[in-house]
Design a protein around this ligand. Sequence first.
Ligand code: ZN
Length: 323
Amino acid sequence: MSIKEYLNIQPKVVKMLLNSYNKQRLAHAYLFEGAKGTKKKALAIELAKLLYCEKQGEVCNECINCIRIEHQNHPNVLVVEADNNTIKKEQVLYLQQEYHKTTLEPGPKVYIIDKIEKMSINAANSILKFIEEPVADTYTILTTDNLHQILPTIISRCQVINFQPIPKASIVNYLIENGVDTYIAGICSHLTNDFDKALEIANNDKIINIIDLVIMISQAILNKQEDIIVLLENSNVDLTKDKKVSEYFLDVLLIYLRDIQNAKNNNFEIVFVNDLNFIQQYVVNISKEKLIYNINEVLKAKINLEYNANLVLLIDHLLLNLM
Ligand SMILES: [Zn+2]
C-alpha cells in the first residue's frame, strides 16, 4: 500500500501528514496513538518513504528508497520494535549510538520505535533525550497501543496523533479482495479491528462451523426449541477443548444476539444478512428483557473464559441460561 491508499483507513492522519510535509512543517517527534491494528507502524513507515521517495511529495513504492524502507534496510531509517514483548536496553543503546553518528547517505534520519509502552521506564527516559534536543533533519516517530502507559514527559514533547478505529467497511473490502465470501467477511469484520487478524480468522476452517453452530443455537432460542444441548453435541465444533474456539463462539453468538436485538428495535442493519427473513419472522418469540438477559449472560461467559473457567461447565451453564 502507499500512503494515499491509507486515506480510506486513516483519512485525518494521512491528510494531516501530507499537509505538514507539503508545508515543510513536519514535527521532529510524533507519537502515533490508537488501538491495536489501526496501522500506526505502517503509516510511520509511509512517512519515512514520503521523506525519501524519488517522486517528491508521493510514495511510489517502486523507487530504490521506497523499496529499501519497505524492507527495513535503508541506512537512515531505523525501526525498533518489541522483541518477546519488550524493547530491550540494548535496542535503545543501539538507537542512541546511531543517533549521534553522521549519516552514510544524504537525507534525514528517521527513527521509528513501535509500541513504546513495551519499554522500561529507564529506556523510555533515555529516548527523551532524542526528542528533547532534536538534531537537525531528524524525525522520531513513536507508536503506542496504550497512551495511558506512556510517561507524561514523552507525551508532552511529541505531537500526539490519534488513530481512529478502522472502519468495518475497509476490513470487509480487504477480506473480499483476499477471496473471502462477502457474508463471512461481514461477520469476521466484527471480530477484530485488525486487517491481518481478520483475514487469519476468515481463513480458519473452524470459523464456518462456529458460525453454523451459532445460527442453529440462535434459531433454537427464537424457535423456543428445548434441545439446545443436543444441537451442541451434534455439531462439528468442540467448544470444550480449545479456548480460542470458545472465544470466537461467544463473540459470534454476541453478534447474532445483537442482530436480533436490532431487529426487535426495527433496525435491520444487521450482520447476519442471510438470516434476516428468519429473524424478522421469529423476533416476536423473544422479549426485549430476555434478549438483554441473554446478551449479559454471553458477556459474563466471556469474562469467565478469561479467568480460565472450566470450559465444559461454562458452555453448559451458558446454554441452559440462554433457553
Ligand atoms: Zn518512491
